[in-house]
Design a protein. Structure first.
Lengths: 124, 134, 318
């Protein structure tokens, strides 16, 4: 089941609608990479609040999505990880080190803006 | 006392999602709390994934169990894959270094209350896990 | 108080066929008891109203039973159920339905806060009233009367066993609920200002408490939309590797939800033991005292743009 990816200015917003299997996740990764390149996006918000499980594969894939997007010039923020899911991930030893995370869409947008502007000003 | 067994064949990655959804259903029926449901589903996702990745094909058996008046869930994940040569190493906890080990087994053990693994090279692997309602 | 589904009460009491047979075995109930009970069936049915009155009049005189006797609604229900019980007691069918009926009454008593001892006393008074009538009826053949009464008492003990089990189970459930509430109260999460929470932790941290603390903190992060949590562990009794792991896990989980955690109250000793335990102190921000932690938090929240010198953003970098 494909994930809808919306373009909002120089940002992409992808909101998962249901539990995804491995193939769907890989497809999402490819689509985001493709769109970031095509639209020269500067930011991606990936909303995973629908997910009730984030296992090792899903976590790795999220990290890969963020890394790939960064290589193409876009910062990614993962939003909506639920408390129970966060606890399970941590107990499983899964981390999203190096990936920006925020509580929800609004927080994610603010963080993206701060991050993008920051890099714009500071040349970092 | 064992009631209801659910067999989930594990052949493709789509089955991983089925396995954790069925586990969630059974665990809800047993009476687990919301956060426990997530822990159980996550542990099953990991062991199911191992079957797909390393053994091509296997099965997960889910059942509701009782012991001393407490209700719980029993998960058996079996395959006839290559087996794990060094179980001790696979189970070693790399936890505090934050590094996630390939098999996710120590993690699955942390998520469940009871965890046993039997594996023989060339024969296959059977993982038995239980979690109890509080 | 129990509002949970009756089915789970029954399951908890394990009322399958096997257990029902065990309960009958406990009171030595035998097939020939059935005919002896049948012999006094009409007597009990005929006087059921009076026995019920005896039971509830006795309770009315006991202060500790006020929870039931002064609650008109519960009392009416109890009287009705009791009447049905008395009739059922002599019908000879003591299967699952019979047991369910007893459990229902037990749940009602529990809701009324009826004490086990008070219930037992009232039950005895009721059985004595029955016994008096039975002996009067069997004045010519007292041995038969006695036999019949004894058989009935076996069923009586069966009933008591069930009702007491229910009362105990409900009491345990209440205790658990209360314990949970106490634990929650003892670990408040305080909102200092927008986006900033303080979590002062006091006392011993075992795994159950750690889980509760973590769940509470994560829930507050979500509800209050916090970006920073200052977790103060000055009052934590002992920080060993288990406690350290709990802390690290809590911090990691918060980060996944976009919140940074500053752990304050980390004395030099604790810092040393954490390092000795192999804890990577870079994975958690620690400060010596709460004040320092709060200042750091405000500083972090005040940042809008932060990449200039390569420092990490104000919030959210996992």
């Amino acid at each position: 089941m494909p994930v809808p990816i919306l373009k909002q200015g120089d940002k992409l917003i992808a909101s998962l609608q249901s539990d995804l299997d491995d193939k769907d996740l890989m497809q999402l990764k490819d689509e985001i990479a493709e769109k970031v390149g095509r639209f020269k996006s500067r930011g991606v918000i990936l909303d995973v609040s629908i997910l009730d499980v984030l296992d090792s594969f899903a976590t790795r894939t999220l990290r890969t999505i963020a890394e790939t997007a960064r290589l193409r010039g876009a910062e990614t923020v993962i939003v909506g990880i639920q408390p129970d899911v966060a606890v399970a991930m941590v107990q499983l030893g899964l981390t999203l080190d190096g990936v920006l995370t925020a509580l929800d869409f609004e927080e994610g947008m603010e963080l993206l803006l701060a991050t993008i502007e920051g890099s714009h000003h500071g040349g970092g | 006392m064992v009631a209801e067994e659910t067999y989930v064949p594990i052949d493709r990655d789509g089955d991983i999602v089925s396995a954790r959804q069925k586990a969630r259903e059974l665990a809800t029926h047993v009476g687990f709390s919301g956060s426990d449901l997530t822990l159980i589903a996550t542990a099953i996702s990991e062991v199911a994934r191992n079957i797909v990745v390393y053994a091509d094909h296997g099965e997960i058996v889910l059942s509701a169990v009782q012991r001393a008046g407490q209700r719980g869930i029993l998960v058996i994940a079996r395959d006839e894959g290559p087996g794990i040569p060094d179980i001790e190493r696979a189970m070693r906890d790399g936890f505090s270094t934050g590094r996630s080990l390939g098999l996710g087994l120590p993690g699955a053990r942390r998520l469940m209350d009871e965890f046993e693994i039997v594996s023989e090279v060339g024969k296959g692997t059977t993982i038995t896990m239980r979690k109890w309602t509080r | 108080m129990s509002n949970g589904p009756l089915l789970s009460d029954l399951e908890r009491l394990q009322l399958n066929t096997h257990d029902i047979e065990r309960r009958k075995a406990f009171v030595d109930f035998r097939p020939d008891d059935l005919s002896r009970i049948a012999a006094i069936k009409d007597l009990v049915v005929h006087n059921a109203d009076r026995y019920g009155v005896t039971f509830f009049d006795h309770l009315a005189g006991i202060e500790e039973a006020a929870g039931l006797t002064r609650n008109r609604n519960l009392l009416e229900q109890a009287k009705r159920l009791k009447h049905e019980h008395l009739i059922a007691m002599v019908q000879g069918d003591y299967g699952r339905e019979y047991m369910e009926q007893r459990v229902r009454l037990g749940v009602l008593y529990s809701r009324a806060g009826l004490d086990v001892r008070v219930f037992l006393g009232a039950f005895h008074v009721l059985m004595r009233a029955v016994g008096v009538d039975v002996m009067k009826r069997f004045a010519a053949t007292p041995a038969d009367g006695f036999e019949s009464f004894i058989s009935l008492k076996k069923i009586g003990f069966l009933d008591i066993g069930l009702i007491v089990d229910v009362l105990i189970a409900e009491r345990e459930r209440t205790i658990n609920v209360q314990q949970d509430a106490i634990r929650e109260l003892s670990t408040p999460v305080l909102q200092l200002r927008e986006r900033l929470l303080i979590l002062p932790i006091i006392g011993v941290i075992d795994s159950m408490r750690a889980k509760q603390l973590t769940d509470g903190m994560l829930g507050s992060i979500r509800d209050k939309r916090a970006r920073i949590v200052v977790m103060d562990i000055t009052g934590v009794a002992a920080v060993d590797s288990k406690v350290a792991n709990h802390l690290i896990q809590a911090v990691a989980a918060a980060r996944l939800m976009g919140a940074n955690v500053i752990v304050t109250g980390v004395s030099a000793d604790v810092a040393q033991s954490l390092v000795a335990l192999g804890v990577d102190l870079r994975s958690i921000r620690t400060m010596n005292d709460l004040q320092g932690g709060l200042e750091e938090a405000e500083r972090m929240l005040g940042y809008k743009v932060v990449y200039a010198d390569g420092a990490s953003p104000a919030f959210g970098r996992a």
